[in-house]
Design a binder for this molecule. Structure first.
Ligand code: 5GP
Length: 199
């Protein structure tokens, strides 16, 4: 019987809808999931809460924490915009016996998969198209046109990493995508993995 908590990584280009899927998964109590709150160097957007959506560290503090080797993984996702998973965050959730779910960029996601290959399910959320992504980002009205352009430009590179993930969920129908997400995560959590019995 498997008791070791697992890691569920959701990665996607910005605007693909992964945050919506992650929130839906967190509502499924039987999955015993807890959200890994990332650290970010950017400021909070309207409605975002420090210690809930992110730990908003600012650039200087973020760099200091990098020097202290406090991160399990971190990325300069956009120029001068750092995001990362603090070691203490994952330890905190593992101590509670929770499976940990991550909403992180593709590079960070693949890095975690490499660090904990058997414990991690890496899911890539694919938007219907780059064009659709651009429309969603515009409608979201959280980013300046310049930042939207930066995110869209990065999306093509990110899309190319999809085959390296364990599962790809195409998000052109949100209800179907939610169902698929619950199914794959449930499967992974219920399944054992090599080495279980020995630990
Ligand atoms: P946003 O500014 O829209 O909240 O996030 C920008 C990007 O940073 C998203 O792709 C998000 O998934 C990613 N991100 C958030 N937290 C982390 C993290 O801890 N590590 C990495 N590598 N990326 C993250």
């Amino acid at each position: 019987m498997n008791t070791l908590p697992k890691l569920i990584v959701f990665s996607a280009p910005s605007g693909a809808g992964k945050t919506t899927l992650v929130r839906h998964l967190l509502e499924q109590k039987e999955l015993n999931l807890a959200f890994s709150i990332s650290a970010a160097s950017r400021d909070a957007r309207d409605g975002e809460i420090d210690g809930k959506d992110y730990y908003f560290l600012g650039v200087e503090e973020f760099k200091k924490r990098i020097r202290q080797d406090d991160f399990l993984e971190f990325e300069e996702v956009y120029r001068d915009q750092f995001y990362g998973t603090l070691k203490t965050e994952v330890e905190r959730l593992w101590e509670q016996g929770k499976n940990v779910i991550f909403d992180i960029d593709v590079v960070g996601g693949l890095r975690l998969k490499k660090k904990f290959p058997d414990r991690t399910l890496a899911v890539f959320v694919k938007p219907p198209s780059i064009n659709e992504l651009q429309i969603r980002l515009k409608n979201r009205k959280t980013e300046t046109p310049e930042k939207i352009a930066m995110r869209v430009a990065k999306a093509s590179t990110e899309m190319a990493t999809a085959p390296q993930f364990d599962v790809i969920i195409k998000n052109d129908d949100l209800d179907l995508a939610k169902q698929r997400a619950v199914a794959v995560v449930k499967d992974f959590i219920n399944q054992g993995y090599p080495g279980d019995e020995k630990e």
